[in-house]
Design a binder for this molecule. Structure first.
Ligand SMILES: *Cc1c(COP(=O)(O)O)cnc(C)c1O
Length: 368
């Protein structure tokens, strides 16, 4: 038996309804920032319960534009997590700013208790990362933000529709970034991102930044980017956004089922499940001391398990210039050494889940 990692061929098994809308789009020639982008943005803002949603070229650009809008520029420092996906750090560097790393908590997200001690006079923004579908402790982080007057740009690219204390992620900070990359909670046919805010002036700046800083056809009021949400992706995004509640409910149910059977196996553990967090389980993570062996065992038995991420971003060759050393972030280090990711998406069926449980239980039952 095989349990595949990516659900995309199932997610788009019947593309006809999307093709129908794309035919209308092609006939209209409305290819840049037209009706499809407006319609997507309205739907996204309403789904999230936020005043403004602005479609941009990618989740990376959503972070970059959000940071620019709160004033991050060359020489500034932005506090973020040592175990995040490459893009959080890339977006900071694109602005000429410097990532300042802190460790993550037991739920894989930015450790709120470490934020304050990382603040310097150069800190221009705090970028908590909600990794794996979970939530950083935004209540604590917002209190620090207010105390020091430093804005928060949430990296919510992996955690669309997750909640902390009943409040949707992406609605805590000054602004927040989401991604619709094919491997995120909702996915389009290429790259796309969204940046959200409740503040009118911030929204206005972000709309300018994504489109060359153009106020109108002939007036460029700031230097911006070409990072508009593609109209084709807006059509796909609106179609799939309508399914997001169903997608997250199924991911959550799958994760709860796996938790029930996998959390009691000696030698295996799962990340902390905080009752304050409504997790959306973009990634289903397990911890095992003999992780590499378990990974081989899964793969040999047809389960496409993965690692997120075996070498954390702070130890990547591109980040050497910051001068961090292996061991600087013990939770991140332990996670990268012991973590394993199983498929958990909305298109898995009960036999897939049972098969993964059987193979993993079997591994820990074998005489060593
Ligand atoms: C995917 C991701 C991004 C960037 O999104 P793209 O759309 O791929 O540019 C940023 N941060 C995190 C944590 C992500 O997982």
């Amino acid at each position: 038996m095989r349990v595949r990692y990516s659900p995309l061929s199932q997610q788009f098994a019947d593309p006809e309804p999307i093709f129908e809308e794309l035919r209308d789009l092609v006939a209209s020639g409305d290819f840049t920032l037209g009706e499809p982008v407006d319609a997507f943005e309205t739907a996204f803002a309403s789904k999230l319960g936020v005043k403004h949603a602005i479609g941009v070229g990618s989740g990376t650009d959503a972070l970059k534009i959000g940071m620019r809008a709160v004033g991050v520029g060359p020489g500034d420092e932005v506090i973020t997590t040592a175990n995040t996906f490459w893009a959080s750090v890339g977006a900071i560097a694109e602005l000429g700013a410097k990532p300042v790393f802190i460790d993550c908590d037991d739920g894989f997200c930015t450790d709120a208790d470490l934020v304050e001690s990382a603040i310097t006079e150069r800190t221009k923004a705090i970028m908590p990362v909600h990794l794996t579908g979970g939530a950083a402790d935004m209540t604590k982080i917002m209190a620090i933000s207010e105390k020091h007057g430093i804005p928060v740009v949430e990296d919510a690219c992996q955690s669309l529709m997750a909640r902390l204390d009943g409040k949707t992620l992406g609605t805590f900070g000054a602004c927040a970034a989401f991604s619709m990359h094919p491997l995120k909670v909702i996915n389009v046919w290429g790259d796309a991102g969204v940046v959200v805010t409740n503040d009118d002036a911030t929204a206005e700046t972000m709309r300018l930044l994504r489109n060359h800083g153009l106020k109108n056809r002939d007036e460029m009021v700031m230097l911006g980017y070409n990072s508009r949400l593609d109209s084709v992706q807006a059509v796909v995004g609106k179609w799939i956004l309508a399914q997001v509640d169903d997608i997250t409910a199924k991911r959550r149910a799958n994760a709860e089922y796996l938790d029930r059977y996998l959390s009691d196996i000696p030698g295996l553990s799962i990340p902390l499940r905080s009752p304050r967090v409504e997790h959306v389980h973009l990634l289903y993570i397990l911890f095992a001391e003999n992780r590499d062996d378990l990974l081989n065992h899964c793969q040999e038995n047809g389960i496409e398990a993965k690692l997120h991420y075996p070498v954390p971003v702070y130890l990547q060759p591109a980040m050497q210039f910051l001068g961090y050393q292996a061991g600087d972030f013990p939770v991140t280090d332990k996670n990268s050494r012991t973590m394993l990711t199983l498929p958990v998406d909305q298109h898995l069926v009960p036999t897939d889940l049972d098969y993964m449980i059987e193979i993993i239980e079997g591994y820990f039952r074998q005489p060593s």
